[in-house]
Design a protein around this ligand. Structure first.
Ligand SMILES: Nc1ncnc2c1ncn2[C@@H]1O[C@H](COP(=O)(O)OP(=O)(O)OP(=O)(O)O)[C@@H](O)[C@H]1O
Ligand SMILES: Nc1nc2c(c(=O)[nH]1)N=C(CO)CN2
Length: 170
C-alpha cells in the first residue's frame, strides 16, 4: 500500500461543489482510500494574482495505484470537472497536485515527486501541517513546520480556514 498527499485547489464558482465533486470522484476509485482530509482554506492567489480567491485543501490517501496511475486518475478528475488549461497558474475548476508519494524522490516523464513548488506555498503547507504535523519532506529533509516558519507572515495571513457560515452561503 502506498501513501500519498494530494493538494486540491479551485477558484471558479461553485468552488465548494467542485471540491466535493473531486473528493467524490477520488472515493469512487476502489484503488484509492482517503485517510485524512484537512479543513478547507480560503487563500489569496499566488503567482498569477489577477484572479479570484481559491479554496484549497490537502488530503492523505492510501492507494494501490502507482504514482503515474495516480496522476492519470487525478487528471481524469480534472477533465471531468471541466478543467481547461490556458493561463499558467490561472483560474481552474479543480487542480489536483500530487505533493508526495511515499518518501519518493523521482521524476518520471512529466511527473515530479515531491511537487517541486510545494515547500514555498502557504496554501499547501498550512493544510498539510493540519493533517501531517510531523511530516518530513523528502528531498529537502525538512519538516512542514520548519518550512511554514520560513514563510513570510503575509503569505500565512493569506491562508485562512473557511468557516461553516461561509460554506453555507456558498
Ligand atoms: N507532482 C505533480 N502533481 C501533479 N502534476 C504534476 C506533478 N509534477 C509534474 N506535474 C505535471 O504538471 C503538469 C501541469 O500541471 P498543472 O497544469 O496542474 O500546473 P499548474 O497547476 O498550473 O501549476 P503547479 O504544478 O505549479 O500547481 C501536469 O500535466 C503534470 O504532468
Ligand atoms: N492561493 C492559490 N494560488 C494558486 C493556486 C492555488 O491552488 N491556490 N494554484 C496555482 C496553480 O498552480 C497558482 N496559484
Amino acid at each position: 500500500m502506498n501513501r500519498a498527499y494530494l493538494a486540491l485547489g479551485t477558484n471558479i464558482e461553485p468552488r465548494y461543489k467542485h471540491l466535493l465533486k473531486a473528493l467524490e470522484l477520488l472515493k469512487r476509485n476502489e484503488q484509492i482510500s482517503i485517510k485524512r482530509q484537512s479543513s478547507i482554506y480560503e487563500t489569496t492567489p499566488v503567482g498569477y494574482t489577477d484572479q479570484a480567491d481559491f479554496l484549497n485543501m490537502v488530503i492523505e490517501v492510501e492507494t494501490t495505484l502507482s504514482s503515474m496511475e495516480l496522476l492519470a486518475y487525478s487528471q481524469s478528475v480534472e477533465l471531468q470537472l471541466g478543467r481547461k488549461r490556458d493561463i499558467r497558474f490561472g483560474p481552474r475548476t479543480i487542480d489536483l497536485d500530487i505533493l508526495t508519494y511515499n518518501q519518493e524522490n523521482s521524476t518520471v516523464e512529466r511527473l515530479i515527486i515531491p511537487h517541486p513548488r510545494m515547500h514555498e506555498r502557504a496554501f499547501v503547507l498550512v493544510p498539510l501541517q493540519e493533517i501531517a504535523p510531523d511530516m518530513i519532506l523528502p528531498v529537502w529533509n525538512k519538516s512542514v513546520v520548519d518550512f511554514i516558519n520560513d514563510l513570510p507572515d503575509t503569505d500565512i495571513k493569506d491562508v485562512s480556514i473557511w468557516t461553516q457560515n461561509e460554506l453555507e452561503e456558498e
